[in-house]
Design a protein around this ligand. Sequence first.
Ligand SMILES: [Zn+2]
Length: 242
Amino acid sequence: MRILVISDIHANYTAFETVLKDAQGQWDYVWCLGDVVGYGPDPNECVEKLREMPHLCLAGNHDWAALERLDIRTFNPDARRAVDWTRETLTPDNTRWLEALPVTFVIGDYTLAHASPREPIWEYILETKTAADNFPHFETPYCLVGHTHQPIIYEMVSEGDTTAMRPSYGKQRPLNGRRQIINPGSVGQPRDTDPRAAYALLDFDKNIWEHRRIPYDVGAVQRRMRQQRMPDRLIARLEMGM
Ligand SMILES: [Zn+2]
C-alpha cells in the first residue's frame, strides 16, 4: 500500500489542493499527522476534503485549541485570534470530526503522533537530543511526527546517539531498518525558510520513503486571509516560510 503522509495543513486549502494534485494517482491511503486547522482561512474546506479520502488522522495542538480542550493563554496573541476565528467558523459536524481524532496510532512498523511519541500533542523535536530522548517512547522501528513544520529525519545510531539528516526532495529512500523519527514537513505553513508545501510518500510494504516539496499559490491564500482580517504577521509569514 502507498501512503500519502501529510501534516500541519493549517487550514490552507490552496496548499492542500496543490499537494493532492502533485501526488495524484500515487497513493492509496492518507496519513495526516494533525493540525488540519488553525492559522489559515479554510478550516472547513480542509477538513471536508480530508474526510472525502480514505484516511487516518491524528489530533494536533491546534485541532485541540479549536475544540477548547487547551488553555490558549500560552498561545501568542495572533495565534489566539486565529483560534477564536477557527472556533467560530468550523461547522458543528466538522467540530465533531475533530473531537474524535486519536492522539497516537501504531500501524505495522510505524508509530504516528502529531508532536512526539513522548508528548503527542506538545513536544517540539527540534534537535537530536530531544529525538534521542524520544526513541525509548515507541516500540516500532519508525515514528512519524509533524508539529515543528520542518522536514527532517532523525536516526538512532546507537543508544543515546542520534543523527539528523535534511531530506533530499524527490528521491526515494529505502528505510534501512535503523530506528528513525521522520517529519514530512508542513503542507500549509512551512517554517524552515522554504515557503513551498512539504509532504511525503511512503511505500508501506517495502518501507520506501520520499520527501517532496512543491510551490503553491501563496498569494491566493494570503488574499483570503486578508478578507477575513486575519493578523498581518500570519499572512506575511507564509511567503517567508517562517
Ligand atoms: Zn502545526
